[in-house]
Design a protein around this ligand. Structure first.
Ligand code: ZN
Length: 296
């Protein structure tokens, strides 16, 4: 008789819930095993397969990687044999990006940032993302980057700053940060909106409006079906709006906004208390700035 423990018991939802819990704890082997149990019971087609692939990609990378502490609040996970002579560059560039974001947003980290470097692009080929992805885990803030985000080093600089900025936003603002703000801060930390992106955004907004509310929806649908040209405009818009706030009000106000959101204030009140104007007013002024640029 086989041991009861080795058999998938109960319904598949239970195993997916277990997988989710282990994944949040970054216990990838257990997460993968729970997902296998769910699969054995038959899970319906859909997003769950992406979750399964994500777990497998992270677990595969963990098995072949070296987990190394770079400084008090920064770890990297990468396979030194895969990266060879580039490995040292990888660690050093990630550290610089981490320090840049930490200083710019004056972050006091409550837990370390772990940056995981996937050795193969195919591991997250199913995923649409600007660079890689950020996911809050219990032991750390986890950032995962595919090879396309790593070469050349200028790309890695942008990618690492962008994804580590998401970790910083999460550290400062918790779970209630709207997507447009999260991406806007990340694009700003990455180096801001380029002239080319600005030109493309200017053209795109003649055809469709880009309100802040719409932006959050655009980012979410990009992960599933949206084309990347439209997604690029959404990033440019979010980055430009947040960049304009930072220029006008400074980092202190942005930090106050994130702190207020974390404390449970709604967006409207948190924004007004931090910037002294309503979000609607700030957005109206930002849109008006683009209208004026259009008239010139
Ligand atoms: Zn992002």
């Amino acid at each position: 008789m086989r041991s009861r423990c080795s058999q998938p018991l109960g319904n598949w939802q239970l195993h997916v819930a277990m997988a989710n819990r282990y994944w949040r704890e970054d216990r990838l082997e257990l997460a993968a095993a729970a997902m296998q149990n769910a699969l054995a019971l038959g899970i319906p087609a859909g997003d769950l397969y992406d979750f399964q692939h994500t777990i497998e990609a992270e677990q595969f990378t963990r098995q072949e990687s070296l987990l190394r502490r770079v400084e008090e609040y920064l770890w990297i996970e990468a396979n030194p044999i895969r990266w060879q002579g580039y490995y040292a560059r990888l660690a050093e560039t990630t550290l610089t990006a981490f320090q840049t974001v930490t200083d710019a947003l004056q972050v006091r980290w409550g837990k370390p940032v772990l940056v995981t470097f996937f050795g193969q692009e195919e591991l997250i080929a199913f995923m649409h993302a600007r660079y890689g992805y950020y996911a809050a885990r219990l032991p750390w803030h986890k950032v995962c980057l595919p090879p396309s985000a790593v070469y050349p080093v200028s790309n890695l600089r942008h990618a690492a700053r962008h994804e580590i900025a998401h970790a910083a936003v999460h550290q400062l603002g918790g779970e209630e940060v709207p997507r447009w703000l999260d991406e806007g801060v990340a694009v700003t930390m990455e180096g801001g909106v380029s002239d080319g992106e600005r030109r493309r955004f200017r053209k795109a907004r003649r055809r469709q409006s880009f309100s802040l509310n719409q932006l959050s929806g655009l980012f979410e649908s990009y992960e599933t079906e949206l084309d990347s040209a439209l997604a690029a405009c959404a990033y440019a818009a979010a980055g430009d709006f947040v960049g304009s706030l930072l220029q006008r009000y400074g980092t202190g106000s942005l930090r106050a906004l994130l702190r207020n959101l974390r404390a449970g204030q709604g967006m409207e009140r948190a924004f007004r208390e931090s910037f002294g104007v309503s979000l609607q007013q700030a957005e109206k002024e930002w849109q008006a700035g683009w209208e004026r640029a259009e008239d010139r």
